[in-house]
Design a protein around this ligand. Structure first.
Ligand code: FAD
Length: 389
């Protein structure tokens, strides 16, 4: 591989597969290395952000590739948030005044599979699953893989390999000196998350209002639920990892049942396999990753979570990654073009995207307080006043 029209992508997640499609449509020769098996043939998503909120930023990028009509078949509109407060009726807060002011719930696996299908319709796309990149040498432009002797060369490389990006490590190794400001900052949130499930009722229908994002704000922690097409809801509990009320403090099935009964009395009976899922599903960690250097001299570029992982409280991580693709693909001429200045394009991409990524990263952290507390502040104050009487 030594041609300016060859692009290697690391990671065939949501952003990598959309990018592969966009580059293929522009005529580039695209090679993708993905560490996991092909998700269309293996069930590998249990307990890890099963569904996501898709918003306008992401939709614009899907429309740019002409595939939104296909994606639409996977979507459930959420017209507002349904807020559940103890001892009060649930109340609905619409996202806007117009019927189009909605966000959409979508299955991560189904969306990723569709994007892979669309990318692989192009003969100039090759995807290698079960190829975990172990290191990247930006000097001699080679990639090495875990458990494989072969090294592969590349011309241009784009890292869409998520929050623990290997390409980011290589860029940092090259650009971080003892004298410059730290290029990478990782702020771990002291709260984690756990996914649970409400199965459909006996008529295969949703047990909660379907066209809403449900929130049970509890000041220090919260539960949310997003609908799935099969009539189920995926629930996510966000809570401190350690402390009095935390994942660490719930050590037995009794602890878990009691915790849900006290804190989520309206819904805990509807949660299926509560204690089994609670202990079987992983407790996910959350962090904000800020990287000052997204590219290397027209050779390498980071996009998506590899460049800017954010906490999920604005539902914008994937959307922002899709917007990265939108902007890069707008800047990039067709492969046949003679005027291809990679360095300029990579610099412009970082200049366009980094301020946006930083802004949404801050807003996402702030929105955790909004969702778990501010959204129900008046109710909490009223209840505390009653309790104090
Ligand atoms: P990833 O999805 O992490 O994909 C990276 C890919 O690279 C993976 O396929 C991985 O296997 C592969 N890979 C990693 N390392 C290597 C390697 N060394 N070699 C080869 N391949 C490799 N975003 C939203 O927009 N809306 C939401 O509602 C939302 N909700 C969320 C809820 C939770 C609980 C979480 C944790 C996140 C949520 N997000 C949401 C964020 C969203 O999941 C991410 O922003 C999005 O997945 C980023 O996509 P990506 O392709 O950049 O990275």
């Amino acid at each position: 591989m030594n041609d300016t029209h060859d692009i290697t992508i690391i990671g065939a997640g949501l952003v990598g597969s959309l990018l592969a499609l966009g580059l293929a449509k522009k005529g580039y020769q695209v090679t993708v290395f993905e560490s996991r098996p092909d998700l269309r043939k293996a069930d590998i998503s249990a307990g890890k952000s099963i569904n996501l909120a898709l918003a306008n930023r992401g939709i614009r990028a899907l429309k740019q590739q002409g595939i939104f009509d296909k994606v639409e078949l996977l979507l459930i509109p959420m017209e507002g948030r349904m807020v559940h407060i103890p001892h009060e009726d649930a109340h609905f807060q619409p996202y806007g005044l117009h019927k189009d002011d909605v966000i959409y719930s979508v299955s991560r696996g189904a969306l990723n599979a569709l994007l892979l299908d669309e990318a692989q319709k192009y003969p100039n796309v090759s995807i290698y699953f079960e190829h975990r990149v172990s290191s990247i040498d930006l000097g001699d432009k080679t990639i090495k893989f875990v458990d494989q002797d072969k090294a592969v060369s590349f011309s241009q490389i784009i890292g869409t390999d998520g929050a623990n990006s290997v390409l980011r490590d290589a860029i940092i190794d090259k650009h971080q000196t003892s004298t410059n400001e730290p290029i990478l900052s990782i702020e771990k949130l002291e709260h984690g998350y756990k996914e649970l499930c409400i199965l459909p009722n006996s008529a295969d229908q949703h047990k909660l209002l379907v066209n809403a994002l449900h929130i049970w704000p509890r000041e220090d922690f919260m539960l949310i639920a997003l609908p799935n097409l099969d009539g189920s809801f995926t629930l996510t509990l966000f809570m401190a990892n350690q402390g009095n009320t935390s994942f660490d403090s719930l050590t037995s099935a009794d602890d878990v049942l009691k915790f849900f009964k006290i804190n989520f009395p309206d819904v805990y009976r509807e949660i299926d396999n509560l204690t089994v899922d609670f202990f079987n599903n992983p407790t996910g960690s959350l962090a904000t990753v800020r990287c000052q250097q997204w590219h290397d001299e027209g050779t390498a570029l980071l996009l998506g979570d590899a460049a800017h992982a954010i906490v999920p409280f604005h539902g914008q991580g994937m959307n922002c990654g899709f917007e990265d693709c939108f902007d890069l693909l707008n800047l990039l001429p067709p492969a046949q073009s003679s005027s291809l200045d990679w360095q300029d394009i990579f610099e412009q991409t970082q200049a366009l995207r980094k301020p946006n990524a930083n802004a949404i990263a801050d807003m996402a952290v702030e929105n955790y307080i909004e969702m778990r507390s501010s959204v129900a502040k008046a109710s909490f104050q009223r209840q505390k006043a009653i309790a104090a009487k």
